[in-house]
Design a protein around this ligand. Structure first.
Ligand code: HEC
Length: 156
């Protein structure tokens, strides 16, 4: 964040309390976690149509492995490990959804949900994922944009 680099380290601690905790890792877009927890500022601009595709893609979000998403009736198998994602767009803010996707362990250290935009603190990372996040910053925002469109109960 620009403000912090201008004021420098002396004001850093005070501003951190007000502006949240910055998370920075090599090669990743820097982001700020505020109390809730939530990541209110987007990493980049997202697209809901691409997000829907990333959610379905088994190599990307693979969200259907654990979640039922009634808005995606054309996919046959929906998981039941996590809650049904039908109206998250009306229940959760973009920042809360972004937090959940980037690093859900901040919300619940015991969660089964993977951290989709994180390199450190991961366990048993398969070779092809080493040094890579599961989703790119662009894909995170695409998925957030798609989640925000889920506002109803769908009948299927
Ligand atoms: C391995 C299983 C798993 C995968 C894969 C997974 N999730 Fe989750 N997710 C969970 C669980 C379990 C929860 C329940 C909350 C918790 O564990 O803290 C959850 C919670 C959520 C929530 C909060 C829902 C609510 O009602 O509070 C959202 C939003 C979410 N997941 C989105 C996603 C998206 C988007 C993807 C794909 C990019 C995804 N999840 C992939 C397991 C998973």
């Amino acid at each position: 964040m620009k403000v912090r680099s201008i004021f420098g380290a002396a004001l850093g601690i005070a501003l951190m309390a007000a502006a949240g905790t910055q998370v920075q890792a090599a090669g990743l877009v820097k982001y700020t976690v505020v109390e809730h927890p939530s990541i209110p500022e987007s990493l980049t601009k997202g697209d809901p149509v691409r997000g829907r595709a990333a959610v379905i893609n088994r190599q990307k979000g693979n969200c259907l492995a654990c979640h039922s998403i009634p808005e995606i009736p054309e996919e046959q198998f929906h998981g039941e490990v996590g809650p049904v994602l039908d109206d998250v767009g009306s229940r959760m803010s973009a920042g809360e959804i972004r937090m959940r996707i980037v690093d859900p362990k901040v919300i619940n250290p015991e969660t089964a949900m993977p951290s989709f935009y994180k390199l450190e603190g991961l366990h048993r990372v398969a070779k092809k994922w080493q040094g890579k996040t599961i989703l790119s910053a662009q894909e995170v925002e695409d998925v957030v944009a798609y989640m925000l469109t889920l506002k109803g109960s769908y009948s299927n």
